[in-house]
Ligand binder design. Structure first.
Ligand code: PHE
Length: 330
């Protein structure tokens, strides 16, 4: 038995130790042979014999286990020293992902308004008729509902066609003054070069006591915002119509491709249409129970801005997940 202990202690690697294991603990090993002797031992000595043998076995097992653990960690250490990877080493091919160009553009917009203390609000994609239409001065059967081709889930629920319902939700939960934006996905039944069934808008709303917020404030912030987004451009306010604003304007910038001279992108007008805006219609304030206030609202299409700033011709290409396109925005 002494010599067996010695054998374990002297095993210098796992392979040798494995051979020692077979020799001692194997089916035809030393211990098995000892236990087999039991039947030749006189009955009165059996107990003592078995006890001693078990003590021996336990001792050897413990010795063996400890030795094995030691040799294993030694082997791992050797392997690591030989094949280890230096995780701090620079790898020329390493690469990382990036925000999608639409999200980059949206984030740039958010940064502008957050810097001016606008809060960022959210609303549900599945919206009820009241928030998406009714409260925005779009009663049932109003012809202006056709301005947006709507996905109806049933008679009363829709996929929101714009971020304007978040104006309503925010006014319902907060008292004026309000200074908010709401970025997010919107949905319309549209699909061509410049329209996809899902796209993104950033809505803006500012409300305060009557007379405090005027069209001049709207003009200033949109001009400033558009120059922040597009650089040194001319900004033009064009009379338009939205049911929830009065007066309403669409806002154009001078074409960033031809600098207003006229080209294919601006349909030879020299102007690019960027967003819709106006002074909040009194009917909207009435729908949320606001009295003696005035305010402005606007809505920007994020994809349109991303397409213009990155000169992307087909909006649909932004949603195909083609890495050859997306990798250019890393
Ligand atoms: N909701 C309008 C749209 O989707 C944009 C808009 C928002 C216009 C706010 C005016 C005021 O076309």
């Amino acid at each position: 038995m002494e010599s067996l202990e010695e054998k374990i202690k002297q095993a210098s690697d796992l392979k040798i130790l494995e051979n020692v294991r077979i020799e001692i603990f194997g089916k035809k090993g030393v211990l098995a042979a000892q236990f087999a002797k039991m039947k030749e031992i006189p009955n009165e000595e059996k107990k003592e014999f078995a006890k001693n043998l078990n003590i021996q076995k336990a001792k050897l097992t413990e010795l063996f286990d400890t030795k094995k653990m030691m040799l294993q960690s030694q082997a791992i250490a050797e392997m690591m020293a030989k094949d280890g990877v230096d995780v701090t080493m620079y790898h020329a091919k390493s690469s990382s992902g990036a925000l999608h160009p639409v999200m980059q553009t949206m984030q740039k917009m958010i940064d502008y308004f957050v810097a001016l203390n606008f809060s960022v609000e959210e609303g549900p994609f599945i919206e009820d008729d009241f928030h998406n239409f009714e409260a925005l001065n779009l009663p049932k059967h109003h012809p202006a509902r056709d301005m947006q081709d709507t996905f109806y889930l049933n008679d009363s629920m829709v996929l929101r066609t714009h971020t304007s319902p978040v104006q309503i939700r925010t006014m319902q939960k907060e008292k004026p003054p309000i200074r908010m934006i709401s970025p997010g996905s919107v949905f319309r039944r549209d699909f061509d070069l410049t329209h996809t069934p899902m796209f993104h808008q950033v809505e803006g709303l500012m409300v305060d006591v009557e007379g405090k917020i005027s069209f001049a404030n709207l003009k200033w912030i949109l001009e400033d915002f558009l120059r922040y987004m597009f650089g040194d451009v001319a900004v033009r306010f064009r009379p338009s119509f939205f049911p929830f604003t009065e007066p309403s304007t669409e806002v154009d910038i001078s074409c960033i491709f031809c600098e207003g001279k006229g080209c294919r992108v601006c349909s030879h007008t020299g102007w690019l249409e960027i967003l819709g805006s106006g002074m909040v219609d009194p009917n909207v304030f009435e729908a949320v129970g606001y009295k003696d206030v005035s305010g402005y609202a606007f809505g920007v299409g994020v994809e349109r801005v991303a397409m213009l700033t990155h000169r992307i011709g087909d909006l649909r290409s932004l949603f195909e997940g083609d890495l050859r396109l997306l990798e250019q925005f890393r």
